[in-house]
Design a protein around this ligand. Structure first.
Ligand SMILES: *Cc1c(COP(=O)(O)O)cnc(C)c1O
Length: 372
């Protein structure tokens, strides 16, 4: 195989469909500032994600920063979070002048280890920021129990969990707020984009002010805000992509099942456990290259790269071990997270990925293992 294979390929609607859909913008010249497509997408996403309220944002990171900011935590307070995530999660906490406190994760699915959270709670703790990593659902019940006990807010980074439902509710219904990313590489994209989902209507106002300079009237600014609005071209991209989601999820599921079936026969390649009562979104295909495989994760990564197949070490290193955060914050023994980070490999996977490519990767992995 000679073509380069990246870890994912952005979903795009047919060219004509998008071109047709953006035509009206040449009549109205209304390109941003909560235009009609912004409003329409906000409504359609609220329905699709099965959540009560939703605020559309320029990207997932700003959505996360603002979801934390709207809670009004005192500067320097502590937030318990996971280090096994994209750097954005930790940045969003630190950029709000809060201190991340890193909790270990579970080997079974990579989400925060809820049994270790309580040990980290102090009188300075104000919130928990867990991540539904790869769309794996955190133990939302236990996390809520702890939050209620200590009066903490829960803000989920649900960037990977678009379209996931748990026990009949949209994943964004859990906690005080949940943040989605619509970045080009995610299951659903608006080129760049994001949203915050929540139940309290008050948050809608707060986020509106934060994302639009606090402007409430032509001559009235009531609070300090920034600019994190989604523009109309991105909103239209979302409106087009949303129409194809059903097929997208279906083709992802077919490819996911293929990988799962084929890889389960290879010794030492471990897949994450699947939780009950979850409607999955098949966003990623992460595997753990365990000792039993006989080759290290890095050897597998290099072997694939030599074939121009670019898997990714998501998430290695842990955010807690990155140059900007190392040794700066309180943490606990992160041994499970560190082992996971050393074994994790996200394989190439996207909605219409050709089956011969999937087969080719499976074959390479089958042959490479040094069976012990
Ligand atoms: C993608 C992602 C983000 C940030 O979203 P952007 O839309 O890229 O700003 C935050 N957290 C996680 C876990 C992500 O994967």
């Amino acid at each position: 195989m000679t073509t380069k294979i990246l870890v994912t390929k952005s979903s795009m609607p047919p060219y004509e469909e998008y071109i047709e859909a953006i035509k009206p913008l040449w009549d109205t010249h209304w390109l941003t500032n909560m235009g009609i497509y912004h409003k329409q997408l906000e409504g359609e996403l609220r329905d699709f994600l099965n959540v009560k309220e939703l605020s559309l944002m320029v990207n997932g990171h700003m959505a996360l920063e603002m979801a934390i900011q709207m809670m009004g935590f005192p500067s320097g307070a502590e937030v318990i979070t996971t280090p096994f995530t994209f750097i954005s999660t930790t940045h969003a906490i630190v950029r709000n002048n809060l201190k991340p406190v890193f909790c270990d994760v579970k080997d079974a699915d990579g989400t925060i280890d809820e049994t270790k959270i309580e040990d980290l709670v102090t009188e300075n703790t104000v919130a928990i920021v867990p991540v539904h990593v790869y769309g794996n659902v955190c133990n939302v019940e236990e996390i809520q129990r702890i939050a209620d006990k200590y009066n903490l807010k829960v803000i989920y980074d649900a960037a990977h969990a678009f379209g996931v439902n748990y026990k009949g509710l949209g994943i964004g219904s859990y906690g005080d707020a949940s943040v989605f990313s619509f970045h080009a590489t995610k299951v659903f994209n608006t080129i760049e984009g994001g949203a915050v989902a929540f139940k309290e209507h008050l948050y809608y106002e707060k986020l509106y002010n934060l994302k639009n300079f606090g402007i409430r009237g032509e001559e009235l600014v009531t609070s300090v805000g920034a600019n994190a609005k989604m523009n109309e071209f991105c909103a239209v991209m979302g409106l087009c992509n949303i129409r194809h989601l059903k097929e997208t999820f279906q083709s992802r599921e077919e490819r996911y099942s293929f990988y799962k079936k084929e890889l389960s026969g290879i010794r030492g390649i471990r897949l994450f456990e699947e939780k009950e009562a979850v409607t999955k979104n098949y966003a990623y295909f992460p595997v753990c290259i365990t000792e039993e495989y006989g080759r290290t994760r890095d050897e597998v990564y290099d072997m694939l790269a030599e074939q121009d197949i670019h898997a990714r070490k998501y998430f290695y290193p842990l955010t807690a071990d990155q140059a900007c955060f190392r040794n700066k914050y309180r943490d606990m023994n992160l041994s499970v997270a560190r082992t996971l980070a050393s074994q994790i490999l996200v394989l190439p996977f996207w909605a219409d990925m050709e089956f011969d490519k999937l087969q080719y990767i499976v074959d390479l992995l089958g042959k490479f293992g040094g069976a012990i």
